[in-house]
Ligand binder design. Structure first.
Ligand code: UDP
Length: 238
């Protein structure tokens, strides 16, 4: 099936895609490989926004279950996303890709604050813009941050890079007969509680007509393949 061409994309990376086989939260070799994927998309002429999660370092909900106050834990989680954003920026700059980090929580000596118009200028100049700290408020996730930024930056698609190659009707690790969707509607994702992104993120994409492309970022060269309509993925759309 042919897929539409997306010019401006938002790539959502879960924190765990930066982890390596030795269990390092941020593995430099793995981060470099992910940066290579982003660089290839940039070289192919796409305008690239990135949102990174923080789950490889800290998750608010999990910490709250162990006794942390939820809002404080969530702020810690948001700080974790800034660390990941700096790691991805560092890896991109090492291969010559101009990159800016913008955080939803202003921290002037570390990175820029999120300013939509400034982010727009960066993209026009060919820079990759990494959005950190999610939406900047507790009780949200970086999936919601990704959907929000994709809408604000008028991205043509939200690409969700995970460690599976799409959306299945059951957990493929547990159910051998599980089937992968080629396309699936936002409504089906929400009603069947399919594991794509959290419900508020999916609803925001639906309301703003932003397709969600779920693909495996761990496979070398996969982002570039997906962007030319090849490779295995699931598109969530209307
Ligand atoms: N977080 C938050 N508000 C946001 C984005 C993130 O409070 O807008 C916190 C939340 O605690 C979350 C953590 O940051 O668990 C890390 O983000 P997330 O779990 O989305 O990362 P991922 O699963 O994508 O690695």
């Amino acid at each position: 099936m042919s897929r539409p061409r997306f010019n401006r994309i938002l790539l959502k990376l879960s924190g765990e895609v930066l982890m390596g086989p030795e269990g390092l939260s941020i593995d430099p070799a793995v981060t470099s490989r992910v940066a290579g994927e982003i660089a290839a998309a940039r070289e192919a002429g796409h305008e690239v926004c990135v949102v990174v999660g923080g789950g490889n370092i800290f998750r608010g909900l999990a910490a709250a279950a162990k006794g942390f106050e939820r809002a404080t834990a969530d702020y810690m989680g948001m700080l974790a996303t800034v660390m990941n954003a700096l790691a991805v920026q560092n890896a991109l700059e090492q291969i010559g890709v101009d990159t800016r980090v913008q955080s939803a929580i202003p921290m002037a000596s570390v990175c820029e604050p999120f300013i939509r118009r400034r982010a727009e200028r960066h993209l026009e100049k060919g820079r990759v813009v990494i959005f950190a700290a999610g939406v900047g408020s507790p009780y949200f996730t970086t999936d919601s941050g990704a959907a929000l930024r994709a809408a604000e930056m008028k991205c043509d698609a939200l690409l969700k890079g995970t460690s599976v190659d799409g959306v299945y009707d059951a957990d493929p690790k547990k159910v051998p007969t599980a089937k992968r969707y080629e396309t699936v509607s936002y409504g089906r994702v929400l009603s069947d509680n399919l594991k794509v992104m959290d419900a508020s993120a999916v609803a925001l994409c639906r309301d703003n007509d932003i397709p969600i492309v779920v693909f495996n970022i761990r496979e070398q060269g996969n982002l570039a393949r997906i962007l030319v309509g090849e490779g295995t993925a699931t598109i969530v759309t209307n």
